[in-house]
Design a binder for this molecule. Sequence first.
Ligand code: ATP
Ligand code: K
Ligand code: MG
Length: 683
Amino acid sequence: MSVVGFDIGNENCVIAVVRQRGIDVLLNYESKRETPAVVCFGEKQRLLGSAGAASAMMHINSTISQIKRLIGRKFADPDMEKELKMLPVKTSAGSDGGILIHLKYLGETHVFTPVQILSMLFAHLKTMTEENLEMPISDCVIGIPSYFTDLQRRAYLDAAKIAGLKPLRLIHDCTATALSYGMYKTDFGSAGPVFVAFVDIGHSDTQVSIASFEFGKMKILSHAFDRSLGGRDFDEVLFSHFAVKFKEEYQIDVYSNAKACIRLHAACEKLKKVLSANLEAPLNIECLMDEKDVKGFITREEFEKLASGLLNRVSIPCHRALTDANLTEEKISSVELVGSCSRIPAIRTLLTSLFKREPSRQLNASECVARGCALQCAMLSPVYRVREYEVQDTLPFSVGLSTGGVPIAAGSKDVLFPRGQPFPSVKVVTFHRSNLFHLEVFYANPEELPPGTSPKISCVTIGPFHGSHSSKTRIKVRIPLNLHGIVSIESATLIKDDIDDSVMEVDSQPKSDPMDVDPISETAANGFEDITNKKWESPCSSDDGTRKDKANRRLDVPVNEDIYGGMTKAEISEAQEKELQLAQQDKIVEQTKEKKNTLESYVYDMRSKLFNTYRSFASEKERDDISRSLQGTEEWLYEDGVDETEHAYSSKLEDLKKLVDPIVNRYKDEKEREQAKEDLQRC
Ligand code: ATP
Ligand code: K
Ligand code: MG
């Protein structure tokens, strides 16, 4: 069993695996370390990753990229309008308000959710990893942006499940990076914590996190972000610049031509990269549109001027991360710059002045997330023994709990898990109820949320249960903020009240009595407990309400979680079914291609051998017959047999073999006789 880390980027994916010697980044089918996040629906099969990117131009209207942006988002979200316009396919709103993607494939119209497309990418990365390691995998850790909401996290888990992966953790990109930074450093002494800022500028977003390192542990102090600031925005600046220029100089409107748009975008991305290493760069595209070749030129200085608005925006999440961590830039010992867009020199300059120190590049900017994910996976997997190292992350958005619309106050902060809450973490809330009741989990502070995010998370039904007839029954609800950063209520326990409380070891000593703090919640919680530092239990194992010694005091109460907008179990199995079908289809196409190739090479191989190696072992008539059959098969391969079934190719091969095999056998017999003679002479 191997463990794997996946960095799923908006543009590139990276796979890291744990080996005996350490962590390796896998090479894809093109021997590259990064795999484009592209799913292309070809004529007969899906083309994924590098193959998808390579055939994108041939299948403009059925190639999906930038899928990460659409996960767990609503069709009506104003942010999505521009995003969906960039997709070359028809989209619509699903019954839950989510996005649906319509495309033609194999003569039918298919409707996919972004989660399904993402699962195709996951499945591709999984297959590639399995072929490389020559063993099946399922345990993995997947990187996610820190700004992902509960719904987006669940959507990632669903996509992974559809692809047959089992994420042991979804980890914030910067946390993974910080882990790959801190784990190998042994110079964190006793002089107190060392603070490091991680700045990750990717293709579509910017994330900044501040971490504190001590010997044997790391703590994330803050996460800040700009969800829509990344490499593609810099490409866009160049694109608009040249689109205007070419309109003036060549009288062409690239916006009116999809292919031209794609080609100019690709050229601008390249140009941007060239400008990271050179002070000026040319842009030449042959036959961009209307049979016109275009030429352009730009200096780095000009580019920086055009991108000055974007550059300024980089500083906003940096300041925010410092403020939230309660630190000033002087306290930061190192600024680690990662994400491939951070290669833009002006970003470096800006960060140097902001943090008053030159950013360092100790980490591999494009691989550190995947490496950190693999490392975390090894730490969580029972298969590997990894040095003890504590990883504490923090929650990006405050989560509240209410019952019947009445918020439940919790200690000093009036939310269940405040923003910045260290996790994994568990809280236990006690209720006095005589009947089935509901709990609502929601984002408590809408201002913290990215615009367009619904504050609703889930509605949980606790019960039914048989309480005592005279008074209200005590129900303890366990609420974990799990390793994925998801609040998931999975168990509730009924406590029989005729038992002396003092013998209950776990849930004693509520920190405060919320009845005092918050009078409106009188019907709600009246015991509140933070057991953050208790060992976290896996999200699938439920709290055993029936431990032996308490068997007659604690009873499990049914819990039913209703998630707003997620996939149901039935939808997930339907999607799994569909993915299997599509994968089977791809496999058949691949196998057919292989069989065709085998037949083709057999024809060429035999034709030459027939008149060389095998010449003296066949009669003239046999040679003539075989020659004719080979000729016939070759013609068939170019005509009727261009696009045939796997079976057709293999049966053609069988027919040829029937003719050729007797001759091959004669040849082999002769060789054996010669060998025997030689052996005899030798002894
Ligand atoms: P995200 O993290 O936003 O989901 P991602 O992880 O796929 O996306 P990265 O692979 O970190 O993103 O970065 C890709 C971006 O970096 C692209 O926009 C690419 O053009 C840009 N990039 C790559 N190399 C350079 C370079 N030398 N100079 C400037 N930009 C570069
Ligand atoms: K990446
Ligand atoms: Mg990234």
